[in-house]
Design a protein around this ligand. Structure first.
Ligand SMILES: NC(=O)c1ccc[n+]([C@@H]2O[C@H](COP(=O)([O-])OP(=O)(O)OC[C@H]3O[C@@H](n4cnc5c(N)ncnc54)[C@H](OP(=O)(O)O)[C@@H]3O)[C@@H](O)[C@H]2O)c1
Length: 247
């Protein structure tokens, strides 16, 4: 049986991934601060360990490491992240640090500990267009996502026995997107683009993202260091009848 650790599993993409991997005979370990959605899953939980933890808290990190002790053939999806928009001029450095704590330092700390303790075969980092392109009022998000994206490239060099893969999931219908649309244009000008994408039915569903990631991990024989859901050339291999966009 394959084992997978999914961070940020309580909502959005992470929750979709939990469902997908449980449906496909994986043993799934989840990490999030809230756990109600996972406890409420109407499926058998004999292949699910729910770890209630704040990834930025060192004693919670120790709890996660302890839970995963002795687990080999481990795959990891680094999915948990925050995006709290603020214009650069008003942003406190503490707010910048908060982004780096969860989006960069927490996954790097956890990875360093897990790579020592477990046989980790593959790590997927849920990256973002924002790792490469600048978004207004998102300094903390863009820079921390760029840092973790680049970290995967460094780790491919330093730890060749594990494959580190960046995946860009596209614009996905999740609670994060809901929150961004609710902010006014002065706080988050990009919100208009997300509102337009929602109106035009161009947000991708979490189930579609989960199909894509499952395919990368289990079916594709090609090792790429970076995938984007918007590259159409691989769609024929993993998309079923569902449209890429539209819910
Ligand atoms: N949605 C999009 O359009 C989009 C586009 C590009 C990339 N992404 C990336 O996709 C990933 C998931 O985003 P999403 O849209 O699904 O967001 P979401 O619905 O807000 O989910 C974020 C998850 O992260 C968890 N999390 C946040 N802080 C945490 C902490 N300190 N400790 C443990 N867990 C924590 C949350 O769980 P708790 O609150 O329960 O702890 C939640 O499960 C992120 O890496 C994001 O950058 C999303």
């Amino acid at each position: 049986m394959k084992n997978i650790l999914i961070t940020g599993a309580s909502s959005g993409i992470g929750f979709g991934l939990v469902n997908k991997f449980l449906d496909n005979d994986y043993y799934v370990y989840t990490v999030s601060r809230r756990t109600e959605s996972l406890s409420d899953l109407k499926i058998s939980k004999d292949r699910l360990t729910i770890i209630k933890a704040d990834l930025t808290n060192s004693s919670d990190q120790a709890k996660i490491i302890n839970e995963l002790s002795g687990i080999d053939n481990l795959e990891i999806i680094n999915n948990a992240a925050i995006l709290i928009p603020k214009p650069f001029g008003n942003m406190g450095i503490a707010e910048l640090r908060d982004h780096f704590e969860i989006n960069f330092f927490a996954p790097i700390t956890l990875l360093q500990l897990l790579l020592k303790q477990n046989t980790v075969t593959k790590v997927i980092n849920i990256s973002s267009g924002a790792a490469e392109f600048a978004l207004d009022s998102s300094f903390g998000y863009c820079t921390s996502k760029a840092a973790i994206h680049h970290a995967m490239k460094c780790l491919n060099l330093e730890c060749p026995e594990t494959k580190f893969i960046n995946v860009r999931p596209g614009m996905v219908a999740t609670p994060l997107q809901d929150r961004l649309r609710e902010l006014g244009a002065t706080i988050f000008p990009k919100g208009n683009v997300f509102s337009k994408a929602k109106e035009e039915n161009k947000l991708i569903s979490v189930a579609t993202v989960a199909n894509f990631i499952y395919w990368i991990l289990n079916v594709s024989t090609e090792f790429r260091k970076a995938w984007s859901i918007y590259d159409e050339e691989h769609h024929k291999y993993w998309r079923k009848s569902e449209a890429l966009v539209g819910l």
